[in-house]
Design a protein around this ligand. Structure first.
Ligand SMILES: O=C(O)c1cc(C(=O)O)oc(=O)c1
Length: 310
């Protein structure tokens, strides 16, 4: 893969660039596997970052994303709008349109979007909108605006992706459970894996999924959630041990409502940048049978993003 570059923007101090030269995974992905959570950043010279952004990344282009897809052995991508692009979906849409049908997208939209613009996003391959509640990433959007958006996109058959931290779930519960669509949680709702997997915080997340069968979860981002590692670097085959009990529990309880993604190019990591090949080798630790792996990596994302092919 080529190296990360920086365009006209100055990166946030301490920014960690994505890892070049990832390992070839030892784990063989099932045929047709989907990387259901990844992003593009710019390139900033072509698709400027949004004025309201909370961080300025290095560039991470569609060509680099597609090269990673092929290197790791994925067949398709779901490109999720990154917050550094705000509600300007052009970079994500351009990636979807350039993918020969191998990428679908999740957009960020405002209430002011027209029906014609929503239809344009649909035609480009967008199948969901993202609502973000992580305060370090976005400014607050009123709930009535989000509900209005959810009801409009529901008519297109889209879903809502939500990103929040575990401590905020109680406060957001009523809003989340009122959403009329399929709801996909990013990164398991960011559990604090320093707390017990049997404790009240993760039990609330399990209850959320158990009692609301429209709720799905991405069991992604062990590199973000792990406290004790070890890191997915230098050939490590047993990375992020502390995240495994959490992710495995969700995969085993809700095998038909889980997704997995690399999260490349891994915005805002502070400690280390993982080797994406070794991240793929993490998958069999959380989906331990070929059947679970196929649901996680192929059947579930295909049902959500390419239902016309299922
Ligand atoms: O935790 C994060 O910093 C993060 C940020 C973004 C984004 O900026 O869109 O997306 C993610 O999936 C995770």
């Amino acid at each position: 893969m080529s190296k990360p570059t920086t365009g006209p923007f100055e990166k946030t101090p301490g920014w960690m660039d994505w890892y070049t030269g990832p390992a070839k995974p030892r784990f063989q992905l099932p045929a047709g596997a989907v990387d259901a959570h990844c992003h593009v950043f710019g390139p900033g010279g072509e698709f400027p970052f949004a004025p309201e952004r909370k961080y300025t990344p290095c560039d991470a282009s569609k060509a680099q994303l597609f090269a990673l897809r092929d290197h790791l052995g994925f067949a398709r991508n779901v490109v999720v709008q990154a917050t550094c692009h705000g509600a300007d979906n052009r970079a994500m849409v351009d990636a979807c349109k350039s993918s020969n049908g191998k990428a679908r997208g999740v957009a960020t939209v405002k209430r002011s979007i027209s029906d014609a613009e929503l239809q344009e996003l649909h035609d480009a391959g967008v199948r969901g909108v993202r609502f973000n509640f992580v305060k370090r990433l976005v400014d607050f959007t009123p709930k009535d605006e989000l509900l209005e958006i959810a009801s409009r996109i529901n008519k297109l058959g889209w879903h809502v992706v939500i990103y929040f931290e575990a401590v905020d779930l109680p406060e957001l519960w009523d809003f989340f459970t009122a959403l009329p669509t399929t709801v996909v949680v990013d990164h398991m709702g960011r559990p604090d894996v320093g707390k017990p997997v049997d404790g009240p915080e993760f039990a609330l997340f399990e209850k959320f999924m158990r009692e609301h069968t429209n709720v799905w979860s991405k069991v992604s981002c062990p590199e973000r959630l792990s406290v004790t590692g070890p890191k997915a670097l230098d050939g490590e085959q047993n990375a992020y041990q502390d995240v495994i009990p959490f992710a495995r529990r969700i995969v085993e309880q809700f095998p038909d409502r889980v997704l997995w993604g690399t999260d490349w190019p891994h915005p805002n990591l502070k400690d280390h940048m993982p080797d994406d090949g070794l991240l793929v080798d993490f998958i069999p630790h959380i989906a331990t049978t070929a059947e679970l792996q196929k649901k996680l990596l192929v059947d579930n994302p295909m049902r959500l993003y390419w239902p016309e092919e299922v």
